[in-house]
Ligand binder design. Structure first.
Ligand code: LMR
Length: 396
């Protein structure tokens, strides 16, 4: 039965974890996957999460099936966080939100739903994009192309080319846009550029699918989420996948969501009924724990404030690490300007290193980043940053 099965290549991001785990280099540093580690190199258990877990544990509950679309309190909390409690789409009930298995799960449910709705549509992702975007939409049956994004020569976004590509897209093309903290480049559109993108999306009747996995890691929760408000204000219907993996440090709990902004409450109910079919035929319904923790924190003013404070601390520490990496590279003898590292935002720096250099970093120094040259600056700390800087200096 399985004789013809081919060995698939390792996943370009999570596959690095396997290689890292097997590496015996005592100085190894994992800058591959997008995970935040604290100053001591530890994956944090946020105090807000611990306190919510203690409170939930104080009144243990049996674990029945959740509704197909997830814990109602969680879905409501997501809506309020992503769109605003008082926002018109939430107040009028025209947003359909489902609890998903992480941001990836939200993208997959959305992709399967869109494939049924617009079977002939194409999907455009940024060039480059998170490696899994192409795979998710391909596996949902879509042809996936790219729109221009990163310009290596000017270390930034080629905005004219981006607009030209969106303008050339056929009606109903699904355009996957990173709401903030672009993965992998760390370069985000300015608010004025978003306005122009929205104009084109509207004029060309494209289908926007926002991916917001890093809300709070650039400027702050409200600032990073402002793009969603712009799409609402423009009167667009769109999808947003969101994730608490990074912002709650709940990677393994798979807590994300998909929200679909529709034209009316009645339309939202029909969309929700279709999303439920996608979920039911994939994994039936989501798990309880992560959703319960997030809903508890977001619904409790004290814990919510604590969470926002902890998220702010992660954001501030990442920025400090960017600065220390720039300084470390200079001290290690790199003469080329590295200040782009502090211009980029979010968890990643698109280093500009090529695949050979990334392979050398891994093999000779135990410093792991993706082949595309992406490094997770959120995994740097004051003990490993100089080692990483020296290793990078060696391969430049
Ligand atoms: C990443 O880009 O490293 C993260 O989003 C983790 C993942 O699932 O790939």
């Amino acid at each position: 039965l399985f004789t013809a099965v081919e060995l698939a290549p390792r996943d370009p991001i999570l596959g690095l974890n396997e290689q890292f785990a097997a590496d015996t280099n005592p100085q190894k540093v994992n800058l591959g996957v997008g995970v935040y580690f604290d100053e001591n190199g530890k994956l944090p258990l946020l105090a807000a999460v611990r306190k919510a877990e203690e409170a939930l544990q104080a009144e243990p509950k049996a674990r029945g099936y959740l509704p197909i679309d997830g814990l109602p309190a969680y879905d409501q909390a997501v809506k309020e966080l992503v769109f605003g409690k008082e926002s018109e789409p939430v107040a009028s009930g025209r947003v359909a939100t489902i609890q998903a298995l992480g941001g990836t799960g939200g993208l997959k449910v959305g992709a399967d739903f869109l494939k049924k709705l617009s079977p002939d549509a194409k999907v455009l992702i940024s060039n480059p994009s998170w490696e899994n975007h192409r795979a998710i939409f391909n596996n949902a049956g879509f042809e996936v192309g790219t729109y221009a994004y990163y310009d290596a020569a000017q270390r930034g976004i080629d905005f004219d080319a981006l607009l030209a590509d969106l303008n050339a897209a056929a009606e109903k093309t699904v355009v996957v846009l990173h709401a903030c903290c672009h993965n992998p480049t760390g370069y985000d559109l300015t608010p004025a550029q978003w306005d122009q993108v929205i104009e084109v999306v509207k004029a060309r009747n494209l289908t926007p699918f926002l991916d917001m996995a890093y809300q709070g890691f650039s400027q702050g929760l409200a600032e990073d989420g402002a793009v969603v408000g712009k799409f609402v204000a423009a009167g667009l219907e769109f999808l947003v996948s969101t994730s608490f993996s990074k912002s709650f440090s709940l990677y393994g709990e798979r807590v994300g969501a998909l929200s679909v902004v529709t034209a009316s409450k009645e339309e939202a109910a029909r969309v929700l009924s279709q999303l439920k079919i996608v979920i039911r035929t994939n994994y039936s319904n989501p798990p309880t724990h992560g959703g319960a923790v997030v809903a508890y924190v977001l619904g409790n003013p004290e814990l919510r404030a604590l969470w926002e404070q902890e998220l702010g601390e992660m954001r501030t520490r990442i920025k400090a690490m960017r600065q220390q990496l720039v300084e470390g590279l200079k001290a290690a003898g790199v003469t080329q300007d590295q200040s782009f590292i502090t211009t980029q935002v979010g968890m990643f720096s698109y280093s500009g290193l090529n695949k050979d250099q990334m392979v050398r970093l891994r093999n000779e120094f135990g410093v792991y980043g993706t082949d595309s040259g992406r490094i997770c600056v959120a995994a740097l700390n004051s003990k490993n940053v100089d080692y990483v800087a020296k290793a990078i200096a060696q391969v430049i």
